[in-house]
Design a protein around this ligand. Structure first.
Ligand code: HEM
Length: 393
């Protein structure tokens, strides 16, 4: 892990120990409270006084994201019940465990094809060659995004995930969001005209007691699934591979005991998961917590990464232990907004990491590993992963 990342993590760990519910004023200017301990984080994630509804907290939402995201963000992750319940129920009709399980052989095939295409004896950046292409291909195939639209979606979503704090980035983001919105409207129209055996076609048809998704809801739901469905998984894969390469004892253990891949994936999410913070939340009243009072109208930023290393909850929290059991981390959230794609992400990670190290047990790092900086506040993780697949130790 780089020194910048280490000092950032140490700073947050000190906040957790000294001022666990901590007021800060980020560059967007909206008063914000950091929640850094496990028990507090878990409680806040299910506290009905803390809202995720962008419409009821419009000024905070706009300070954070601007105007242009609204059409795309009007979806379940920015809603409270009953709107949230309704949207989540409708998507659950189409995004079933059976559909995810059916993707397993195809995910294995894509994994093998991507690894086959990498020259085994020259250094390669796994972020470009493997950790991003795999989840992008899987989520696009699942949704039914035609191959010729995929590169654009990936480019735009990377831009949207970037910083919101300087004028140039905001302009770029707005342009990307407008183009993305336009393209998604076309995609939904295309699926109406030419239905396929895919999730988007099923979402168009999904009904619940006569209720169905509107055109605008279909567009923002598709955006949420596309975005959440690849950035997070891609970052998890990069961080997990890096964690194994920098903890050779754990890598040897996984190679010797491949059945540990299930607990290993949970541990990767706990140890260095891609979501440093939970998403947008606003206090709807004054909320006493620990020694503080979170003031009505302020943002609540739940620092999942710090909660996941809270020594009050985890034994040896700073150690990577791929056999860890009872690993109730918060890396995929908790409560009604618990990650909708959790089983898909787990399946992809198990196949990707398991296959990579089964085929290339002597994989080694081949250069410096940079990490995302503050310009990328939504995610934590490696931004490049130079490796040699066939190096022998
Ligand atoms: C390792 C990969 C992933 C991680 C670490 C992750 C993490 C999270 C977290 C922390 C939340 C809760 C946010 C909050 O309460 O503020 C969440 C929600 C969500 N995730 Fe994931 N996610 C991953 C993969 C995926 C995938 C593959 C999909 C879709 C195919 C997905 C779709 C969603 C959706 C739609 C929500 C919102 C659910 C709701 O509001 O009810 N995620 N995810």
């Amino acid at each position: 892990m780089t020194t910048t990342q280490q000092s950032h993590d140490q700073e947050l760990a000190q906040i957790r120990e000294n001022t666990p519910v901590c007021p800060v004023t980020p560059p967007h200017g909206v008063p914000t409270w950091l929640v850094t301990r496990y028990d507090h984080a878990r409680a806040v994630l299910v506290d009905p006084r803390i809202s995720k509804d962008m419409h009821s907290a419009m000024s905070a939402y706009q300070a954070l994201f601007g105007d242009s995201s609204m059409a795309l963000d009007d979806n379940m992750i920015f809603s409270d019940g009953p709107k949230h319940t309704r949207l989540r129920r409708l998507v659950a009709k189409a995004f079933t465990p059976r559909r995810v399980e059916a993707l397993r052989p195809r995910t294995q095939q894509i994994t093998d094809q991507l690894l086959d295409a990498i020259g085994p004896y020259a250094p390669v950046n796994l972020v470009e060659a493997f950790t991003f292409p795999l989840p992008i291909t899987v989520i696009c195939e699942l949704l039914g995004v035609p191959a010729d639209m995929r590169a654009d979606f990936q480019r735009w979503s990377t831009t949207v995930a970037g910083t919101v704090y300087d004028d140039d980035s905001v302009r770029l983001q707005q342009a990307a969001e407008e183009q993305m919105h336009h393209q998604l409207v076309e995609l939904v129209a295309l699926k109406r005209k030419e239905p396929g055996d895919d999730l988007l076609t099923d979402l168009i048809a999904a009904r619940d007691d006569g209720d169905r998704l509107s055109e605008a809801e279909l567009v923002s739901m598709t955006w949420l699934l596309l975005f959440a469905g690849h950035e997070t998984t891609a970052r998890l894969l990069g961080n997990a591979i890096h964690a194994l390469l920098t903890h050779p004892d754990q890598l040897r253990r996984l190679v010797a005991e491949p059945h540990l891949i299930g607990t290993a994936v949970e541990e990767f999410i706990r140890f260095d998961g891609p979501a440093e913070n939970a998403t947008f939340r606003v206090a709807t009243e004054d909320i006493p917590l620990a020694d503080a009072v979170i003031e009505k109208g302020s943002l609540v930023q739940i620092v999942l990464a710090t909660a996941n290393r809270d020594p009050r909850h985890f034994d040896r929290p700073e150690d990577l232990d791929i056999g860890r059991t009872d690993n109730h981390h918060l890396g995929m959230g908790h409560g009604i907004h618990y990650c909708l794609g959790a089983s898909l992400a787990r399946m992809e990670a198990e196949i990707a990491i398991g296959t990579l190290f089964r085929r290339f047990p002597h994989l080694t790092l081949a250069g410096e590993v940079p990490r995302l900086g503050p310009e990328n506040p939504a995610f934590r993780g490696v931004s490049a992963l130079p490796v040699l697949l066939h190096a022998r130790t």
